[in-house]
Design a protein around this ligand. Structure first.
Ligand SMILES: NC(=O)c1ccc[n+]([C@@H]2O[C@H](COP(=O)([O-])OP(=O)(O)OC[C@H]3O[C@@H](n4cnc5c(N)ncnc54)[C@H](OP(=O)(O)O)[C@@H]3O)[C@@H](O)[C@H]2O)c1
Length: 284
């Protein structure tokens, strides 16, 4: 079986879409913590296995010997260490044939706080002895294009990354790569540095939104403290704010700018241009 955790999330749903293009539904299992949220996947013939990373006892029957598993990293920053450990333990106990993990661009060299749990998870997987693939994902276009409403409202992209560049790609590109690795051969023991073909800066992003929307949009670069205050005023918790401000600093330092070509090679086509993601987001 091909087994995908986090299957009800944004990336997980796209991985399922990609898998269903080439694999019969009865060979795919979706792991979700909320069975009701997974009902649309069940309706497509995918087996739904309900489990919560926070409750290791629920992970016992989720994997089988010979399964090819994609562990999609959890979304609760600060809790992902024990959560991922529980999944790795369950996969090892079951004897899965492959554990692919959505890590972060740079892997062991990624020096920003959002990467801490990814580095720890890669180490856990290596120590488990399981056959593995690391999918070291760069930023999604949607991290930016998913927040166009305030940009259009204020006529400004707000950031603290200066001229730092981001080699982002569409979530669907990363999903296609994950599906290719799960269903393909020759990937065992590989670490792919996945990013978009082209790196862009926030001033360039603002210019693209301006061009496509026909409005005046500028890039407003602010000090980290001001950026943090704006995020906090939007209702984000302190830990989340700190992680995003630190990530902005990583962008400023060029840590998310690497263009390796690994993603385009895995998916067999160029990655989705940022302009296409802007167009999709503007259509709403
Ligand atoms: N590369 C990037 O730019 C970027 C950006 C943001 C996040 N990420 C990372 O990539 C992951 C996937 O991205 P995404 O956009 O798909 O995020 P997402 O939509 O938040 O999906 C996270 C998935 O993890 C599941 N999950 C969270 N906690 C869980 C738990 N305790 N037990 C079982 N499942 C749990 C969620 O379940 P529910 O559906 O029930 O909520 C959801 O399906 C994120 O979780 C995060 O680690 C990467």
């Amino acid at each position: 079986m091909f087994v995908v955790t986090g299957a009800t999330g944004h990336l997980g749903r796209l991985v399922l879409d990609a898998l269903l293009e080439t694999v019969p539904a009865d060979r795919i299992a979706a792991v979700a913590r909320d069975g009701r949220k997974a009902a649309p996947l069940a309706a497509r013939g995918v087996e739904v296995r309900v489990a919560d990373y926070d409750r290791p006892e629920t992970l016992g029957g989720v994997f089988g010997a010979g399964d090819r598993v994609l562990l999609i990293s959890g979304s609760e920053v600060g809790r992902r260490g024990p959560q991922h450990a529980a999944v790795v333990d369950a996969a090892a106990a079951a004897g899965v044939a492959l554990l692919a993990y959505t890590s972060v661009l740079g892997g062991p060299d990624a020096d920003f706080s959002l990467a801490d749990e990814h580095r720890a998870t890669e180490r856990m997987i290596l120590e488990s002895g399981l056959p593995y693939v690391f999918l070291r994902n760069g930023w999604y276009h949607e991290n930016y294009t998913g927040h166009l409403a305030p940009v259009l409202e204020h006529g400004a992209v707000l950031g603290a990354a200066g001229d730092g560049r981001v080699a982002s790609a569409a979530r669907a590109d990363y999903a296609a790569a994950a599906a290719a690795v799960l269903t393909g051969t020759g990937h065992e023991g590989r670490a792919y540095e996945l990013s978009g073909d082209t790196a862009w800066s926030l001033p360039e992003y603002a210019a693209e939104v301006a061009r496509q929307s026909g409005r005046e949009i500028v890039y407003a670069d602010v000090p980290p403290e001001r950026y943090a205050a704006v995020l906090a005023s939007a209702g984000l918790g302190a830990a989340h704010v700190a992680a995003l401000v630190d990530a902005e600093d990583a962008v400023r330092r060029g840590r998310l700018a690497r263009t390796t070509g690994d993603l385009a090679r895995l998916i067999g086509r160029p990655t989705t241009p940022l302009a296409d993601a802007v167009a999709v987001a503007l259509k709403g």
